[in-house]
Design a protein around this ligand. Sequence first.
Ligand code: KG4
Ligand code: ZN
Length: 341
Amino acid sequence: MTCGGDFLTLGLESSCDDTAVAVLRGARDVRSELLSSQTLDHAPFGGVVPEFAARRHLEAFLPLTAEALRRAGVREPRDEIGLVAVTSGPGLMGALMVGVMAAKALSLAWDKPVIGVNHLEGHIFANVVSFPDLLPPFLCMIVSGGHTEIVLVRGFGDYVLLGGTRDDAAGEAYDKVAKALGLSYPGGPVIDSLAASGDPAAFDFPLPLRGSQEVEFSFSGLKTAAATLIGRMTRDGGRIPLEDFCASFQRAVTEALMNKLRLASRLTGVRSVSVSGGVAANSALREALRREPGWRVCIPPRDRCTDNAVMIAAAGYAAYQRGERSSLSLAPDPSWEIWKK
Ligand code: KG4
Ligand code: ZN
């Protein structure tokens, strides 16, 4: 089987709390994509419970894969699928293990190659799938529940980490502040929708690392400032003006992200900018990016910002074309780093 435009890649993603399967034809023709979200299962715990996540992935993978193949019109996967691409890190060990084992079993049964994909390279490819003319060099800011990183994509497979967070990830800050406000998990989308009718100037939150000339983030101070304010307002018996509070917090996070993205662009001279990860679904961030003068901005559709298997299939297909392969000894690597520093 050649690696041409008709080549079908099966993508599997299970690094955290979403089980996702996709069939991709060539580099970006999505034939099917399915996702089983565990958000409601973990919501009562206020965060992802790793063992529970792994068990849910185990239950979801086979029916999801069968349905994704059916929707893609694949009757004989052994003849029609060219490659199995699976997230093999970074992520939760047990969760990754389920995906990697499923991918290796399918690869063995169908006698087809398997390739382990880095989840963060996958997030970069969420943009590549959505924007055919997005070519390196470009910047990609990955902002999710576990990551806040700005990466220079010098070429596909050639990534330089310009900077990341010293402590909490941006999505983590959203989730923790939402929890302190008594809002549901995941907190980002809830804060985002409350913020829509609030005043972003109502509260003055500290802007993390504003003066630093390093591409680095810190969200724990902002989170603590928010928690302290919530504590004070609650103690005083007052009602927290939720909309204003959320809008102001969201403004602080957005400005912190935009400031460092601007710095990264100045330092590298690269004005082609993309974003990915759950927080890239945030309305204020999307709006700020669109308004930034002089940049060519790529913002994937919201469902490609959060975890999905299309991005994994696309990154796997590109790596396969570059000649990369994994063997059947492929094992999950929960802290896999692909960046050059
Ligand atoms: O990429 P993702 O689906 O999973 C990983 O963490 O890998 O990102 C989930 C994170 C959560 O922290 C969630 O609160 C945040 O993305 N998020 C948002 C929005 N939608 C999801 N944060 C701010 N605004 C949103 N609209
Ligand atoms: Zn992710």
